[in-house]
Design a protein around this ligand. Structure first.
Ligand SMILES: *Cc1c(COP(=O)(O)O)cnc(C)c1O
Length: 813
């Protein structure tokens, strides 16, 4: 950035803010602030914020094109921003002003902000990362745009009925999205089905489409406001509508709905695919619409003759394999529409594309049936076949036939999306050091040997602005009061907080802030579940999607063991175990785990014999807003996935930034957290990657031996089937059988003993409040390492080759 950060923030005083608020409410609702409903005040605030960024939005676009700026387009099938009001106020520099202005009417900003529905266009970590990157791109001053789908129904709403998960539709657009702007004039057509004939048009073989369906893709743009820098980028979300040329094809409302259903629902699972055809349609829809829109803009700004230099201006990022079709679609547009020579188009495509892999789990490696693919996308499959044919040709005689067969895109009548993404990109990255290493040595080893230069690591990051400044304002203030306010612009400054390691006052303040946050969460827990919890207890938190590999089951066994101890008169410090987790609707095992945890909560919370020493709380409908309430109140962060299975994790980072101490397997980014804070400031335990792989290779995991030889383990596991836990005999049995099967690949029982030891260590530390606060302080200081702004700087420099946008500081006002 060329402008100084503070210079670019247009300050607005409390008085002016109040005038704007009164005028908005007067104009739109003909009411005074005092009369207005929460929803109306919220709408007025949104409108004030929009006025605040609209000129910046325009100027960013102008600055980007007039300076020939290279832009990145981040294609992701999920975005999980949560709510935007407070975050936009913060980034504009208006948060405190807004708070004060509202307070003068006796209104509370947090209360007003709670009128905003979560924008939940994602399932979990993948979507949250995409949203964090959007915030960081704008905040670091890069020209970056998101490209995704405007799902009518976001991630379903989770309810517990009798302890079972029920799914309700999440009609988040009911009142209309406050932040989006429909851009009718930027609509593009997307074609499905039919037949393709290649015809000679003045010497160029051109496809003629026959009998296909046309869907009109209409973009809705959401502004992405940079932090105090005058930059405003765009998240473009596509909606499906009937194309004007196809109006007559869909005479009834029901027929029309079928077309519009294309963007109705977010698939409630990021690792297995239901309603396959519709999912495939969604993928092509936002890929094709996004790339057409990029090329249309590009040609308008720079002209067709510049297309050969596209990589100088445009980077397209493929976030996980869902947008992998970008490779083939860009080839289609360049060759068929722009009549670029194949080889030249291929060079352009590879230079434009880059890809992030998010998992090593085999079942999540996306593949499509060739026949189905070809029927839905007859021209695209020809392009993919041609890419595949040329790929094979390029390697024949150079490497073994086996390697070629294992790495080609089309195998056994399936299209391998990861292979398409890797072959068509110049960069392939994993999301934590261990994950990237496993990609190189195990999962994508063949590719790594073929194209070592393409592989690189980019450890995930989080938006510290949201997780500290917004979610934990008291902690933010303590940082200001100790290390000054520079950390709000440059997270490296947070390391200075470590200097207060021996400062009794600061440590006491840190404890007081945590206690305060715990009191607030205790109230939320009481309101939502009726359970009373003691804010002085250890708040032990596991929040993340429910999945076997994340091992909520290991936490459950620990809870059972604690309960059994307390019943037997063995004492433990008071503890509140807090879960938040959504299960995919079709994921039977995950739903059984939910039921058992809820049943155990019922048992434990209502047993007077344990005198309230242990409470178990499972909060419904875990989402970003709930995370913002839970995370600042956490003492312990449970990051206990089977080593090698969690690519990175990001809730581990959010929790550490809020001073929680991590109980961690040496998986994903946990390893890097340990590197950052030192082994004395984390509770590390469990099998390492070699031990896990050795079990897999030698098929020598025999959990029944562990169970028979460890009476403590046996007792905890037996509780699942001996009637201890009421009303979940079937589910308890399912978990029991799962734990004891030789094919239990998540090795829950193998880590049990080590996990108990780590928890014992945590209890011992808890007894020393000063030491706990010191460890907490070190964790906060070192969370700077996971600032998504820094992650984005690395993507921008090493993968996308971007320069920051230069905006005239005056005009940015
Ligand atoms: C951060 C976040 C996640 C990711 O959590 P992991 O523990 O990394 O899987 C999922 N859901 C929400 C709402 C989040 O904020």
């Amino acid at each position: 950035m060329t402008l100084s950060k503070s210079a670019s923030t247009s300050t607005i005083g409390v008085k002016e803010f109040k005038e704007r608020l009164e005028s908005k409410l007067g104009r739109h609702f003909e009411e005074s602030v005092e009369e207005a409903s929460k929803e109306d005040v919220f709408a007025a605030l949104v409108s004030i914020v929009q006025d605040g960024y609209s000129s910046k939005w325009r100027r960013t676009r102008i600055a980007e094109t007039t300076n020939n700026h290279k832009q990145v387009y981040y294609f992701s099938i999920e975005f999980l921003p949560g709510t935007l009001l407070k975050s936009n106020l913060l980034n504009l520099g208006w948060l405190d002003t807004a708070k004060e202005a509202l307070a003068e009417y006796g209104l509370d900003l947090d209360e007003i902000a709670s009128a905003e529905p979560d924008m939940a266009l994602g399932n979990g970590g993948l979507g949250r990362l995409a949203a964090a990157f959007m915030d960081s791109l704008a905040s670091t001053g890069y020209a970056g745009n998101g490209n995704g789908i405007r799902y009518k129904y976001g991630l379903f709403k989770q309810k517990f009925v009798n302890g079972y998960q029920r799914e309700l539709p999440n009609d988040w657009l009911k009142q209309g999205d406050y932040w989006e702007v429909r851009r009718e004039s930027k609509s593009v057509p997307v074609y499905f089905g039919g037949h393709v004939n290649m015809v000679d048009d003045h010497g160029w073989m051109t496809p003629q489409y026959e009998g296909c369906d046309v869907v009109r893709a209409v973009p809705y743009d959401v502004a992405l406001v940079g932090y105090h820098n005058g930059v405003t980028n765009t998240l473009r979300l596509w909606d499906a509508e009937i194309a004007p040329e196809d109006e007559l094809k869909y005479p009834s409302i029901e027929d029309r709905r079928k077309v519009e259903d294309l963007t109705s629902i977010l698939y409630p699972d990021d690792s297995s695919y239901e309603g396959k055809l519709l999912r495939l349609k969604q993928e092509y829809f936002f890929v094709s619409a996004g790339l057409q829109s990029i090329l249309n803009n590009f040609i308008k700004d720079y002209g067709e003759e510049e297309l050969k230099n596209l990589p100088k201006y445009v980077a397209v990022h493929i976030n996980d394999t869902h947008p992998a079709m970008c490779v083939a679609e860009l080839m289609r547009l360049l060759v068929d529409r722009e009549r670029m020579d194949w080889d030249e188009a291929w060079e352009v495509t590879q230079k434009v594309m880059s890809y992030t892999n998010h998992t090593i789990m085999a079942e999540a490696m996306e593949k499509w049936d060739l026949g189905m693919f070809g029927q839905l996308l007859p021209r695209l499959i020809e392009i993919i076949q041609e890419i595949d044919r040329r790929y094979v040709l390029s390697l024949e005689g150079k490497v073994s036939g086996d390697v070629i067969q294992r790495t080609r895109i089309i195998q056994n009548n399936q299209v391998h999306m990861a292979h398409l993404a890797i072959i068509g990109s110049h960069s392939v990255n994993g999301v934590a050091a261990l994950h990237t290493q496993l990609l190189e040595t195990e999962v994508l080893k063949d590719f790594y040997l073929l194209f070592p230069d393409r592989f690189n690591n980019k450890t995930n990051g989080i938006t510290l602005r949201r997780w500290i400044q917004l979610a934990n304002p008291e902690l933010a203030k303590l940082l200001d009061d100790t290390i000054g306010t520079k950390w709000r612009f440059n997270s490296k400054e947070m390391l200075k907080f470590e200097k207060y390691y021996h400062d009794t006052k600061v440590l006491a303040k840190l404890q007081a802030i945590k206690l305060d946050n715990k009191k607030k969460l205790a109230k939320v827990i009481k309101d939502r579940t009726g359970v009373t919890v003691d804010p002085e207890a250890i708040f032990d938190v596991q929040v993340k999607r429910l999945h076997a590999y994340k091992r909520q089951t290991l936490k459950l066994l620990h809870v059972l063991k604690l309960y059994q101890d307390l019943k037997a008169g063995i004492d433990h410090p008071k503890r509140v175990v807090i879960f938040g987790a959504i299960a995919a609707p079709s994921y039977v095992f995950a739903k059984q785990v939910i039921k058992v945890i809820n049943a155990v909560a019922d048992l434990v919370n209502n047993d007077p014999a344990i005198k309230g020493k242990l409470k178990v709380v499972f909060l419904e409908n875990y989402n970003v807003s709930l995370a913002e309430q839970i995370i600042p109140a956490a003492d312990l962060s449970e990051q206990i996935s089977t080593t090698t299975k969690e690519a990175s994790g990001t809730s581990n980072m959010k929790l550490m930034a809020n001073g929680a101490l991590t109980v961690a397997t040496m998986d994903g980014a946990n390893i890097e957290i340990k590197d950052a804070v030192g082994e004395e400031n984390i509770f590390a335990f469990g099998l390492d990657k070699d031990e896990v792989y050795s079990y897999y290779a030698n098929h020598n995991y025999h959990p029944r031996d562990l169970y028979e030889s460890d009476p403590v383990l046996k007792k905890a596991v037996d509780a699942l089937i001996d009637g201890t836990i009421p009303n979940c005999a079937g589910e308890g049995r399912a978990l029991y059988d799962n734990f004891l099967g030789d094919n239990e690949q998540f090795l829950v029982l193998a880590d049990f003993e080590a996990y108990l030891k780590a928890q014992k260590e945590a209890e011992k530390t808890w007894a020393n409040k000063r030491q706990w606060a010191q460890m907490s302080l070190v964790n906060i200081a070192h969370s700077e390492r996971f600032d998504a702004d820094k992650t984005i700087e690395r993507y921008a420099k090493e993968i996308w080759h971007l320069d920051p946008v230069e905006i005239d500081a005056e005009k940015a006002r």
